[in-house]
Design a protein around this ligand. Structure first.
Ligand SMILES: NC(=O)C1=CN([C@@H]2O[C@H](COP(=O)(O)OP(=O)(O)OC[C@H]3O[C@@H](n4cnc5c(N)ncnc54)[C@H](O)[C@@H]3O)[C@@H](O)[C@H]2O)[C@@H](O)CC1
Ligand SMILES: [K+]
Length: 567
C-alpha cells in the first residue's frame, strides 16, 4: 500500500521541510518543475530530441515544424511558479515556449515571483485573453499550471473558458490537438475529493477534461483517485490503450511521508490524534495481507473455513452461484449454498465443487447456523427484498463474519437504522452508488451537491461516515472503490491509470467481489483485510484477463493471479 495525502498534509510536509532548513521553497519548486519535464520526456521519449525529426505518430505534431512548441498556462500561486520553471527548462531543452499568466504578476507569492522574473528575462508573458486557435496550432503540449493544491474557490470564467478551449481541442476526436500535462492536479479539481469546484464551464458533453499526463510531487493526492479526476475520457493520452497517466515525482520530502517502516506515517507526524491516513491499494500488493493467502501444507479443508452463501429463489440463483464460486477460488475450504426448496433443482444442476443445503425461512437458517464450522456468510446477491428482510436479522444475530451485498442492503432502504442496530464489527457492507444512497441518503445527497469550496466533501468522507454509522466496514464500490472501518481506517482500491480495468463494469462482477471477500473471511481474514484484499484481487483478475471479461471469468483467472503473486 502507498500512503496518499490531502492537500493540507502535503502543505504541512513542505512547510516542515522548509522550516527545518533542509531545503528552500525555491528549491522545491525547481525540483517540481524538473520532475514535470522529466516525466514529459519519459512519457514521450521523442520529445527529448528537441530538433529532431517529427515523431511517428503522434498525429498532433505538425511535420513542418523543426522545434517542439509548448503552451504554458500559469496561475496566480505556486502552481503557476512550477509552470515558469517548466517553461524555462523546456526552453533550455530547445523548445519554443509560449507563456500565459492569469492575474497580476505583482501578487505572485515570492518563489513563484522569482521564477516569473527568471522567465521574463528570456521570454514573453501574455494574458489568457490572447490564447487563440492560431497559437495552439503547431503546439506539441499544453502545460496546465493554473491551480494545484491551493484551489479553494470556483474557477473564474476567464480561466474556465481557456481550459475549455484547450481541453475541448485536446479531447476532441475530430481535431487532434496538443495533449495537456497537468502540474500536480488538473486545474479546477479539488485535490482532496477529485471533484470540480462549483459549476464548471470546462464540463462538456464528454465530462471534465482529462489530462494525458498528471505529474504530482512527493506523494499522490487523495483526489487523484476519486470522482472526476479518474474520468477515463482522453484522446491524446500517453498510451491510448491505457488512458491517462499519473506520475509521482520525488522532490526530496519523501522521508517525511514515510520516515521509516511502521508507525511513522504522516498521520503520526501531523494528526497524531486521528487515525486519518489513507492508503492506496495500487499496483503493488505490498502491505496487503497476501502472505495468508498461501495455504498451509498440513491443512485440510476445514482449516480454511466454511462459507455459506445464501441464494434467492427459482430463477434468481445465478448471482449467489457466482459469489460462491468466488469464495471457493479465493481459498475457502468449503462453500455451501443455502437454497430455498423451489430453487434446489436449478442450483443442483449447475454447481460443481460446491455443497448445497436447504434454507427456506428463518428457522431453517438458524438451524443451519448451529453448525459452528460455518464461519462466514454472504447474503444479498439475487436474494429478493422479502427474503432479505426475513433472513438478514437471523444471519446477523448469529454473529458470523458476514458480507451484506445487493438486496441485503436495498431491503432496508425504508429503515436503515434497523439494519445498523444489528450489524456487528465482523460485517462488511458492499454497496454500489445506488445502494449507498438507499442506506445513507443524507451522505449521498451531500456527495451529490455541487461543491462551492475546497476541500470538498469526498467519497472518502462519505464512506468513513457511513462506516462509523453502521459500526462495520463499508466498501463503497465504483471504479474508485473506497473502503473504510468505523475507526476511520481507510483505503482506496484504485482501478485507474496503470490499473485501469474498464471491463470490470459487467453484470455479476459485484457478486464475485462479495464472494471473494466472503471466502477471505472464511479463511480468517479480519473484515478490513478481507475487504481490501478481495477488492484488490478483483481488479487484478480483471487486468489479468483483459478485454472481453465477463463475471464468470473472474474466479477462473484467480489462480493465474495467485501464481504471479508467488503463492
Ligand atoms: N508549497 C511548496 O513549497 C511547493 C508547492 N508546489 C506547487 O504549489 C502548488 C500549491 O501552491 P499554492 O498553495 O500557491 O496554490 P495554487 O497555486 O494551487 O493556487 C493558490 C492561489 O490561487 C488562488 N485561488 C485559489 N482558488 C482560486 C480560484 N478559484 N480563482 C482564483 N484564484 C484562486 C489563491 O488565492 C492563491 O493565490 C502545488 O500544487 C504545487 O504545484 C511545488 O512547487 C512544490 C513546492
Ligand atoms: K494544475
Amino acid at each position: 500500500m502507498t500512503e496518499i495525502l490531502t492537500a493540507a498534509q502535503m502543505r504541512a510536509i513542505e512547510l516542515a521541510a522548509i522550516e527545518s532548513g533542509e531545503v528552500t521553497g525555491l528549491e522545491l519548486m525547481e525540483r517540481a518543475g524538473r520532475g514535470v519535464v522529466d516525466a514529459i520526456f519519459d512519457a514521450w521519449p521523442d520529445f527529448k530530441t528537441a530538433r529532431g525529426p517529427a515523431p511517428e505518430p503522434p498525429k498532433y505534431f505538425w511535420q513542418d515544424e523543426d522545434a517542439y512548441k509548448a503552451i504554458v498556462l500559469c496561475g496566480p500561486g505556486n502552481n503557476g511558479g512550477d509552470g515558469f520553471v517548466v517553461a524555462r527548462l523546456l526552453r533550455d531543452a530547445g523548445w519554443v515556449v509560449e507563456v500565459f499568466l492569469y492575474g497580476d504578476a505583482g501578487q505572485l507569492p515570492p518563489d513563484a515571483k522569482t521564477n516569473y522574473q527568471r522567465w521574463s528575462e528570456i521570454g514573453a508573458i501574455r494574458a489568457f485573453a490572447d490564447i487563440s486557435e492560431e497559437i495552439l496550432n503547431g503546439a506539441s503540449l499544453t502545460i496546465d499550471a493554473i491551480f494545484g493544491t491551493g484551489l479553494t474557490r470556483p474557477l473564474p470564467d476567464e480561466i474556465g473558458n481557456v481550459l475549455q478551449f484547450v481541453s475541448v481541442q485536446a479531447n476532441s476526436r475530430s481535431k487532434v490537438r496538443p495533449p495537456i500535462v497537468a502540474v500536480d492536479v488538473p486545474s479546477g479539481i479539488d485535490a482532496d475529493s477529485g471533484r470540480p469546484i462549483s459549476h464548471s464551464v470546462i464540463e462538456n458533453d464528454e465530462g471534465y477534461y482529462t489530462p494525458a499526463l498528471t505529474v504530482t510531487f512527493g506523494a499522490a493526492k487523495v483526489g487523484h483517485f476519486l470522482d472526476t479526476c479518474t474520468s477515463d475520457y482522453s484522446c491524446n493520452s500517453v498510451s491510448d490503450r491505457r488512458g491517462p497517466s499519473l506520475v509521482v515525482k520525488p522532490i526530496g520530502v519523501e522521508h517525511r511521508i514515510e520516515v521509516a517502516a511502521g508507525n511513522s506515517r504522516i498521520v503520526d507526524l501531523f494528526e497524531p490524534d486521528k487515525a486519518r491516513h489513507i492508503d492506496l491499494l495500487g499496483r503493488s500488493s505490498v502491505g496487503l495481507n497476501l502472505l495468508f493467502l498461501s495455504k498451509d501444507r498440513g491443512g485440510h479443508k476445514f482449516s480454511h473455513g466454511h462459507a455459506l452463501v445464501l441464494t434467492g429463489g427459482f430463477g434468481k440463483t445465478g448471482a449467489a452461484r457466482l459469489a460462491a464460486r468466488g469464495a471457493l477460488r479465493v481459498g475457502a475450504g468449503l462453500v455451501t449454498l443455502g437454497v430455498p426448496p423451489n430453487a434446489q433443482m436449478e442450483v443442483a444442476s449447475q454447481i460443481a465443487g460446491l455443497m448445497m443445503t436447504r434454507v427456506q425461512g428463518g428457522e431453517a437458517l438458524a438451524e443451519t447456523l448451529t453448525d459452528a464450522r460455518l464461519n462466514a456468510v454472504c447474503v444479498g446477491p439475487g436474494f429478493g427484498h422479502e427474503r432479505a428482510r426475513a433472513l438478514v436479522p437471523v444471519v446477523l444475530s448469529n454473529k458470523r463474519a458476514t458480507v451484506l451485498d445487493a438486496d441485503a442492503l436495498s431491503a432496508f432502504a425504508n429503515a436503515p437504522e434497523e439494519l445498523f442496530e444489528t450489524l456487528h464489527e465482523n460485517c462488511i457492507l458492499t454497496p454500489h452508488k445506488g445502494e449507498f444512497a438507499r442506506l445513507f441518503p443524507d451522505l449521498a445527497n451531500r456527495l451529490a451537491e455541487v461543491p462551492t469550496r475546497g476541500p470538498a466533501y469526498s467519497k472518502v468522507d462519505a464512506t468513513r461516515e457511513a462506516a462509523a454509522r453502521a459500526g462495520c466496514v463499508v466498501l463503497f464500490k465504483g471504479p474508485d472503490t473506497v473502503i473504510a472501518a468505523p475507526d476511520g481506517k481507510c483505503s482506496i482500491n484504485s482501478a485507474h491509470y496503470e490499473r485501469s480495468a474498464p471491463w470490470l463494469a459487467t453484470a455479476g462482477s459485484g457478486d464475485v467481489l462479495a464472494g471473494f471477500i466472503t471466502g477471505l473471511l472464511a479463511r480468517g481474514f479480519s473484515a478490513m483485510d478481507a475487504a481490501e484484499t478481495g477488492a484488490w484481487l478483483h481488479v487484478e483478475c480483471a487486468i489479468a484477463f483483459g478485454p472481453g471479461l465477463i463475471a464468470e471469468d473472474l474466479p477462473e483467472i484467480l489462480p493465474k493471479v495467485f501464481c504471479e503473486l508467488g503463492l
